[in-house]
Design a protein around this ligand. Structure first.
Ligand SMILES: Nc1ncnc2c1ncn2[C@@H]1O[C@H](COP(=O)(O)OP(=O)(O)O)[C@@H](O)[C@H]1O
Ligand SMILES: [Mg+2]
Length: 428
């Protein structure tokens, strides 16, 4: 395979030009068939350090360029992506040219150089965390710390100390003064994941930080000034939560000045093949094997499947296939719950011809997708004896998102638990 010649494309040297070459070089190397893997890895590493060096040269210049160039309104997806490349945008591994994704990236590119808080929402696995990293990497704080706090994973009683720090003796176990994540992220970005899980009393304190850039450690009266940019993510509808009174409306408005919504994978099916190839390659590299091939029926399944766990689920599936399959992966290598699932190729006959005559294609697609989702959930609950947490774990989906889906379809996990109970009683 002929390698891309880094020197030949353009003689004018600009940050944008060099970055573009690095991007092209690394994607060429990804597909190089005749290089040995260690060699490819070495060259990829060189690409990475080249990019890092360029990034360090001047953030300022990139931002001047960013604000002075505009993408024409009717630009194609490829042109829009190219326009981002020309502005030296750092993609951090974000793949895809879906219009909704590009729109999110364009917003990210505009907002990154500012200190405005950003709220990213979207279902679990749609790339919210990756987008937060993109915003950090493209801003003036990219050399500063990037600190993540998962608000859903820390017990309420410890969350404030985790975020704002504490004073010695302020509660049992506070044996010394400790700084919190806001202070640790000084000069950088704090990423507040699963913000919808933040308890109301902590929401008040977060609002204060956003308004005054000051924090107070737990148990202390001292105000400490912080210079930390807030990026938050949620898979919940915060507007709805604020209407229901579990999320402060003022905090929602403060955070959502810049609101980026990431589309679920089933709404960007055009990306599945591209992501599939990318993850096959990534998995092969990490598992130290040749990239798998896929049978036609498996490819068809992957194109049609609904991906309730979105890109994370697709990635997990590809890693599983790459681990279990020999040269060629087939349906048999899919996890049981997917093989049994309604989105398998057999469902292609689910739409009756009379329906085709009467409905629009998008309505039919929506109905088929809803039906598949419902059946998938029901089979999953059957298999787990109605245990929602267990199902969430198996399909790698956030539990509260799974609860929302069950509610949407009016499925009660209790019914499945009762059935499982009756089944085991009958056997006994
Ligand atoms: N556009 C994308 N291109 C490539 N990989 C992606 C993309 N979006 C998400 N991913 C990958 O999918 C997985 C889930 O993304 P993540 O940002 O953790 O999702 P979320 O925070 O929304 O649950 C990660 O491995 C991430 O790298
Ligand atoms: Mg996440």
């Amino acid at each position: 395979m002929k390698l891309y010649n880094v020197k030949s494309k353009s003689s004018s040297i600009s940050y944008a030009g060099v970055l573009e070459k690095v991007e092209i070089l690394s994607s060429t190397l990804r597909w190089a068939a005749k290089l040995e893997r260690p060699e490819i890895q070495k060259l990829l590493n060189q690409c990475n350090s080249l990019r890092d060096e360029v990034m360090q040269l001047s953030h300022k210049e990139r931002f001047v360029q960013a604000s002075s160039k505009r993408t024409p309104k009717n630009a194609s997806a490829a042109e829009r992506r190219q326009a981002l490349v020309d502005r030296s945008f750092v993609f951090e591994g974000v793949f895809g040219e879906n219009p909704k994704l590009l729109e999110s990236l364009e917003v990210a590119q505009k907002v990154a150089p500012t200190d405005l808080p950003v709220l990213i929402d979207g279902e679990s696995g749609t790339g919210k965390e990756l987008m937060a990293k993109v915003i950090h990497a493209n801003g003036r704080r990219s050399d500063g710390p990037y600190i993540t706090v998962n608000c859903g994973a820390i017990p309420d009683s410890l969350l404030e100390s985790e975020l704002f720090g504490h004073k010695k003796g302020s509660f049992t176990g506070a044996i010394s003064d400790r700084k919190g994540k806001f202070e640790s992220a000084e000069g950088g970005t704090i990423f507040l994941d699963e913000l919808g899980e933040l308890p109301l009393h902590s929401q008040v304190k977060l609002l204060r930080v956003l308004q005054s850039n000051e924090i107070q450690r737990v148990g202390s009266d001292e105000l400490i000034e912080v210079d930390t940019r807030v990026v938050a993510a949620t898979n919940k509808n915060l507007r709805q939560l604020s209407e229901e009174g579990t999320f402060r409306e003022d905090l929602f408005y403060r955070l959502s000045v810049i609101h980026v919504t990431l589309p679920p994978l089933r709404e960007r099916r055009d990306e599945i093949q591209l992501l599939n190839e990318f993850f096959c390659d990534e998995a092969a590299e990490s598992l130290n094997r040749a990239p798998i091939k896929m049978s036609a029926s498996l490819l068809r399944f992957l194109e049609r499947y609904d991906y309730p766990g979105n890109i994370r689920e697709l990635r997990n599936i590809i890693y599983r296939l790459s681990c279990l399959a020999g040269d060629t992966a087939d349906l048999e290598h899919l996890p049981d719950h997917l093989r049994a699932g309604p989105a398998a190729p057999a469902t292609s006959g689910a739409i009756a011809t009379t329906e085709v005559a009467s409905g629009s294609l998008s309505e039919l697609k929506k109905a088929a997708s809803d039906q598949a989702e419902r059946e998938f959930l029901e089979i999953g609950l059957q298999e787990t004896g109605g245990k929602v947490a267990e199902l969430a774990r198996r399909i790698d989906m956030n539990r509260s998102h799974l609860q929302t889906l069950l509610k949407k379809h009016g499925i009660s996990s209790r019914d499945f638990r009762a059935k499982a109970g009756a089944g085991s009683a009958a056997k006994a």
